[in-house]
Design a protein around this ligand. Structure first.
Ligand SMILES: [Zn+2]
Ligand SMILES: [Zn+2]
Length: 221
């Protein structure tokens, strides 16, 4: 097989091009039909996913831009009204905090752009209750943990507190694929699922649908 994006020769069983990271699509002459719900979908290359990514980057910058402006205006105003921070120090605080919001948005975007597609297996799931004491009263919390072993070595761990998130969607032994720039995993075998998780917005959508009604991205199946 040859990489459709950069033309590199891929060896037998190699599903992700190690040069450009493109997911290799099996040629249709590979006649054994395992059913569309048992395979990794090639629909991830649909342009809807790219526009979803670009839109979420724009929103992240707009959001942190608004926070930056609030900090820039808020600190001097607060300093003036309360008399606690002198001018121009209040302006420098505002610039510092405001700049921090923009730097965080920039770092998150950079992190996404360096992300790579990889395959792995769910090796462990765990949920348990913890008791926490603060100010004399005890509260109970449930912790959910998910552990994925990467085919290339190493682990990826996820943890939720009280809200299980996408924890219950995965089972131990599931073969999964992480798609570059997205937070969760496509399951290789979706044949037993009545709902499929949208790779972009993480909504659960009826498995007979083709598109996510919330974000309009195609369902990976
Ligand atoms: Zn390639
Ligand atoms: Zn969606």
């Amino acid at each position: 097989m040859v990489c459709q994006n950069c033309g590199k020769n891929l060896s037998e069983g190699e599903t992700i091009c190690d040069v450009c990271g493109t997911v290799a699509v099996e040629q249709p002459n590979n006649s054994h039909n395992m059913g569309e719900l048992i395979s990794f979908s090639s629909k991830i290359s649909d342009s809807a996913f790219n526009s979803y990514k670009n839109k979420s980057i724009k929103w992240a910058f707009l959001f942190s831009g608004i926070l930056a402006v609030i900090a820039l205006v808020g600190f001097p105003v607060y300093g003036n009204v309360s008399g606690e921070i002198d001018w121009p120090n209040s302006l420098f605080y505002g610039m510092g905090i405001g700049g921090m919001f923009l730097v965080i948005a920039l770092l998150q975007t950079l992190k996404k752009s360096f992300d790579k597609t990889w395959d792995g297996i769910v090796v462990n799931k765990d949920s348990y209750t913890v008791k926490e004491r603060d100010n004399g009263h005890t509260s109970k919390h449930t912790i959910y943990k998910l552990k994925i072993q990467k085919d290339s070595g190493g682990y990826k761990k996820h943890k939720w507190r009280d809200i299980p998130g996408v924890y219950s969607y995965y089972n131990i032994g599931d073969k999964v694929r992480h798609h570059k720039g997205f937070s969760f995993y496509e399951k290789y075998d979706k044949s037993k699922d009545t709902k499929i998780m949208c790779a972009a917005c993480l909504s659960f959508v009826d498995a007979d649908k083709d598109t996510c009604p919330r974000c309009k991205c195609p369902l990976l199946k």
